[in-house]
Design a protein around this ligand. Structure first.
Ligand code: AMP
Ligand code: MN
Ligand code: MN
Ligand code: MN
Length: 285
């Protein structure tokens, strides 16, 4: 079977990416992407602009989002693909998740001040494109600009990852809520970048089992932050749980992302691509 170049995970400046939805569409097209999804964190505000730009360029488009979930004390990301961006329950659910971000950011700023880094809230705000969506990424960009570190990954490692001085525990959506918002809006729910969570094998098994029980249907196997070994590992997991497989760069920025839009290996041939189940949801010119 001939696989298309699908990139079903990317961020614009409506969440923590640096490019506008239009610029992201242009870059995806220039990179050879044939089917593209915008999946901003907890936000659908860029979807209409992204769709228009994609269709003008002749790319297939899926409306998407990446929902922040708390599962077993860890932040887990669930991507929704092919959702109706006007669906009331989905829109209200995402609004509820976003509402805690500003206060969390103020507490992060206080925590950073306690270790000698002052003015982080105001600094991060300078990088924010959407006032409802202040992310750790915006703090990381300001800390790089302020000269603390050379790149954002280093900021996470020293200050912003769980257990580090600038990290503030936060309660996001429930797994079942996120899956139901997505499926209720006509979309397919996808476990994003599963190799990035720090679960024991037992907790990971619980994540996949409960995800399926709630109606989740897919897992990201090929993604910008997976090694080849991790792609093979989660290909096996996809087969074990009878899940569809997704492919997406998780592109955020030309300066920060290690993998460009569409610049990923193909899905292993033994898997069923998630876009086969989304044929009726793909928008074309
Ligand atoms: P938040 O939603 O505010 O908790 O921020 C999560 C975002 O931080 C993710 O979507 C990534 O874009 C970014 N992020 C998380 N961990 C890292 C890391 N180790 N290096 C760079 N960016 C990261
Ligand atoms: Mn992000
Ligand atoms: Mn993510
Ligand atoms: Mn992402």
């Amino acid at each position: 079977m001939q696989l298309i170049n699908a990139d079903l995970h990317s961020h614009s400046d409506v969440s923590d990416g640096t490019l506008s939805p239009e610029a992201l569409a242009t870059r995806a097209h220039a990179q050879g992407v044939e089917l593209w999804a915008l999946t901003d964190h907890d936000e659908l505000g860029g979807v209409a602009r992204a769709r228009e730009a994609a269709l003008d360029l002749g790319m297939g488009f899926l409306a998407g989002c990446e929902i922040s979930v708390t599962f077993a004390g860890e932040s887990v990301h669930i991507v929704g693909l092919g959702v109706d961006p006007e669906d009331e329950a989905l829109v209200a659910g995402l609004q509820a998740i976003r509402s805690g971000r500003r206060e969390r950011a103020e507490r992060m700023s206080q925590a950073l001040a306690a270790v000698g880094i002052r003015g982080a809230f105001e600094g991060a705000l300078r990088y924010v494109g959407n006032p409802e969506l202040i992310s750790r990424t915006h703090f990381a960009r300001w800390l790089v600009e302020a000269g603390y570190f050379a790149e954002t990954h280093e900021v996470f490692r020293h200050y912003l990852a769980a257990g580090k001085p600038g990290h503030v525990p936060h309660h996001w959506a429930g797994l079942g809520d996120a899956v139901r918002w997505i499926t209720g809006a006509g979309g397919v729910a996808v476990i994003a970048h599963p190799a990035r969570y720090r679960f024991s094998p037992t907790a990971e098994y619980a994540l996949f089992s409960e995800f399926v029980a709630h109606g989740g249907q897919a897992v990201e196997v090929v993604t910008g932050s997976h090694t080849v070994a991790e792609q093979l590992q989660y290909a096996d997991t996809a087969l074990e749980f009878e899940l569809l497989a997704s492919r997406g760069s998780d592109f955020h920025s030309p300066d920060e992302s290690r993998v460009d839009l569409g610049a990923l290996p193909d899905l292993p041939g033994r898997l069923t691509p998630v876009w086969q189940a989304l044929a009726g949801r793909i928008q074309r010119a």
